[in-house]
Write a protein that binds this ligand. Structure first.
Ligand SMILES: CC(C)(COP(=O)(O)OP(=O)(O)OC[C@H]1O[C@@H](n2cnc3c(N)ncnc32)[C@H](O)[C@@H]1OP(=O)(O)O)[C@@H](O)C(=O)NCCC(=O)NCCS
Length: 183
């Protein structure tokens, strides 16, 4: 999948592809950038610090090993081709779950939505009828724009035990209609 990125340079296009184990450090860099540039506007420094503390390549290696699937957007916002953001799909306690992060300098260009569509397609392929997210306060409107509804508000417990406010959201999924043999 690829798309133009209006507002960036003429080399600016991004592609979304499945992430590989060799991408984990680049995913971590994009994840940290996203939290520091966008997430930090919504949360206290101590929460941001704990949110970031375990964001390292190994985190995604472990997740991939457990079956979580990651998609990355790759493009050139400046003079360097880099990972602009990522999405994921995993099944946890029988729920299909996602998360999307985009670098601050690549926000509001449709990249998060393109990434989410890949995670959503993976969930549908895996038989999901709904997909869930504990949305950070920085992402509620984004998930709403992508078809999610709020199902509750509460707190997400970070590895440190510290809590961060979040909004529990769900999107009902519709399988693409399959064509009958008669068509
Ligand atoms: C949430 C996030 C992934 C959105 O990525 P993005 O690439 O900027 O999203 P898109 O450009 O696809 O936005 C699609 C629509 O979502 C809505 N939206 C996205 N960000 C928004 C914001 N900050 N405020 C209001 N609406 C927003 C808008 O309707 C937008 O369409 P528009 O730009 O035409 O108005 C990004 O802001 C981010 O990484 N946030 C920090 C990390 C985070 O909290 N991630 C979620 C973890 S659960």
């Amino acid at each position: 999948m690829s798309a133009g990125v209006p507002g960036l340079t003429s080399r600016s296009s991004f592609e979304v592809r499945l992430a590989k184990l060799t991408d984990v450090e680049a995913i971590a860099a994009a994840h940290l950038d996203s939290i520091h540039t966008i997430g930090a506007v919504y949360y206290a420094p101590a929460i941001v610090s704990d949110w970031c503390a375990r964001v390292k390549g190994d985190l995604y290696v472990s997740a991939m090993t457990r079956g979580e699937v990651f998609y990355i957007a790759v493009g050139e916002p400046s003079d360097k081709r880099e990972v602009l953001g990522f999405s994921s799909h995993r099944i946890y306690e029988r729920e299909h779950r996602t998360a999307v992060y985009v670098r601050g300098n690549a926000a509001r260009l449709g990249i998060g939505s393109a990434l989410f569509r890949s995670a959503e397609a993976a969930a549908i392929s895996a038989g999901a009828t709904s997909i869930h997210v504990d949305a950070s306060l920085a992402a509620v409107e984004f998930y709403e724009a992508n078809g999610f509804d709020e199902v509750g508000r509460g707190e997400h417990r970070l590895w440190s035990g510290r809590s961060m406010a979040c909004v529990f959201m769900r999107k009902r999924l519709v399988r693409p209609a399959t064509r009958s043999a008669a068509e």
